[in-house]
Ligand binder design. Sequence first.
Ligand code: RRO
Length: 310
Amino acid sequence: MPTTQTTIQHVSFENCLMNAAGVYCYSKEELEQVINSSAGSFVTKTATLEARLGNPEPRYINTSLGSINSMGLPNLSLHYYLEYLIELQEIYKERTYFLSLTGLNQEDIHKSLKQVQESEFNGFVELNLSCPNVPGKPQIAYDFETTDNILKQVFSYYKKPLGIKLPPYFDIVHFDQAAEIFNRYPLAFVNCINSIGNGLIIEDESVVIKPKEGFGGLGGDYIKPTALANVHAFYKRLNKSIAIIGTGGVKTGRDVFEHILCGASMVQVGTALQKEGPEIFERLTRELKAIMEEKGYKTLEEFRGKLNYL
Ligand code: RRO
């Protein structure tokens, strides 16, 4: 029987599948459903120092090809997720979870990370540098100088495993420039990609979400080719010590297989998890294993990053 076990920085996960930040991760009750599924880990909703209500509703809509959202970073506060994760560490000593966080300014990012550094938390931090939906706040990782400054400061005091959640890039030179910066830091991983920011979905003569006159982050089928391109572009450019987490357009075992073929060590599920619920992890694992059996692969390492070119 093939295994879907994977590793990030010497930490082993029994399954390479988990939720994407923002889906099934707002409250302990939602996270418990992911814990009790076939997923190999979970990541929390991106936390800020203070709890936030987020943008007005409707702010998340499913479409036949995916989803659009402008949630606006609703979350129950860094304190809430951090305390819960520390409780879980005592119960599930052999498991490792991800804490997603960001700040509305650089000072808040550093305040948050210093709190995590000083806490008992021993899991991974996923620093979200790509939220597209807070009015007036740009997606940080599109500004390379700011991103470099943040990482320089972060790694001067933050000594636990940390990775970053990236927005999609669309230009080869941007892949080169971003990778050159990321390679200067002891990142545990980069996660490609967040939603494609500021799309517009129209039904009849109207937008479908209320915030920002209908502009919102796209997920699902719309974004799989962009996600795969970002996963593979960074897999080719980053130091081998930096793992890639692949996120975007995953709804079948074949999609998981393609993310791993592009170089992903872990694969996250957003839109399809929102639509199908945490039972999706069992289906995706079964479908991935069936593909591996058919092709004669026993482990993910045997095909990770081994995309063929013409
Ligand atoms: O909460 C959101 O609006 C949100 C965030 Br923080 C993010 O990183 N990505 C996204 O699509 N929505």
